[in-house]
Design a protein around this ligand. Structure first.
Ligand code: B12
Length: 290
């Protein structure tokens, strides 16, 4: 950055009135962009002082107490990366330490899980696919992820306690023991206010139906990561019909080899490829407001 730009950066925002938030785009914000409370990460300069730098912190800071918010922004990016890296590097202790530091900064647990821990787990899975990691490495990564979840999950915002929570049955279909993704989907649905009944992994197909009937479930969520066990999902849909409760429940499916096309083929109600989208999907299907 040149001298003139540095001067602009230093003084420009202090005097300028802004007409829209630089982080979230909210219009008619005449204050510094940091004061609107948005937490979105920025990738480019927000101010109109003319600088073109890519930024990870708000360029409007420097006045009043906004500085703290701006520092948080930069810290957030750094801490998320540290969380993700520590999962990839299988460092349980570091994950715990960084997760605590992350919360100590007042940053949201939800982001820490999805953009930190899950990001690290996704990277670890890729390294396995690229034959850089052995299965044992991926398992150690998942241990590190779970250590972080223990710290962050209690800090997830609880949805408002209603008189009747929607009920969901979740499990990994028979023949499959991959349950890391299913566990994340369960945590996210619970956080969103669902009462989840977790059948675990390698779940006998009839158990989904029996449990759904027993608890009067509104949702049946099935996970699998193996192509060989995918047909089990269709069997469950058929069993729900045979039991006469298909109309009472929404069926959602997910996991590595699952796609929207497959979900349509087997007569499921929906599919998503992440735990976060699973919540949106379930709420949409059940007509629950976001
Ligand atoms: C870790 C791992 C294992 C661990 C599992 C530990 C555990 N407790 O889960 C262990 C070592 C036990 C294992 C065993 C096996 N594995 Co394995 N494993 C993996 C690996 C490396 C990572 C999976 C993972 O956890 N990813 C991270 C999570 C977070 O991602 P995810 O599960 O996809 O979940 C996300 C989404 O899919 C979605 N989601 C998940 N579930 C659901 C459900 C719903 C309803 C919704 C809406 C969304 C959703 O949300 C999640 C979060 O965002 C994958 C490779 C890969 N790249 O995926 C192979 C992989 C899945 N394994 C594979 C195989 C073949 C096996 C074994 C058969 C190996 C063997 N020969 O023994 C055994 C299976 C034994 C059995 N019967 O179950 C194959 C499957 C191939 C296939 N297409 O069928 C893979 C793809 C590796 C490969 N490329 O060959 N494995």
């Amino acid at each position: 950055m040149g001298f003139i730009d540095s001067i602009k950066k230093l003084f420009g925002c202090k005097t300028e009135e802004k007409t829209e938030c630089c982080c979230c785009g909210t219009e008619e914000n005449t204050e510094c962009c940091c004061s609107c409370g948005c937490t979105e990460e920025k990738t480019e300069c927000c101010c109109s002082c003319g600088c073109t730098e890519e930024k990870t912190e708000c360029c409007c800071c420097g006045e009043n107490n906004e500085k703290e918010t701006c520092v948080n922004m930069a810290n957030k990016v750094e801490l998320l990366k540290k969380l993700s890296d520590a999962v990839v590097e299988m460092e349980d202790d570091t994950v715990v330490e960084v997760a605590k530091e992350y919360l100590g900064e007042g940053l949201p647990a939800y982001g820490g899980i999805m953009e930190g821990l899950v990001d690290g787990m996704t990277r670890a899975s890729k390294l396995y696919d690229e034959e850089e990691y052995f299965v044992t490495d991926v398992l150690l990564c998942s241990d590190a992820m779970y250590s972080g979840l223990e710290i962050l999950t209690p800090h997830l915002p609880k949805s408002e306690e209603g008189s009747s929570k929607p009920k969901g049955v979740i499990g990994v279909v028979e023949g499959d023991t991959h349950d890391i993704g299913k566990n994340l989907v369960k945590i996210m649905l619970e956080t969103a206010g669902f009462e989840m009944y977790d059948l675990g992994r390698d779940v006998p197909l009839q158990s989904y139906v029996d449990k759904a009937k027993e608890v009067g479930a509104n949702l049946v969520a099935m996970s699998t990561l193996m192509t060989t066990t995918m047909p089990g999902m269709q069997t469950v849909v058929e069993k729900l019909k045979e039991a006469g409760i298909r109309e009472n429940v929404k069926v959602i499916v997910g996991g590595g080899p699952i796609s929207q096309r497959f979900a349509d083929q087997i007569g499921a109600d929906g599919y998503s490829d992440t735990a976060v989208d699973a919540v949106k999907l379930a709420k949409n299907l059940l007509g629950i407001a976001e």
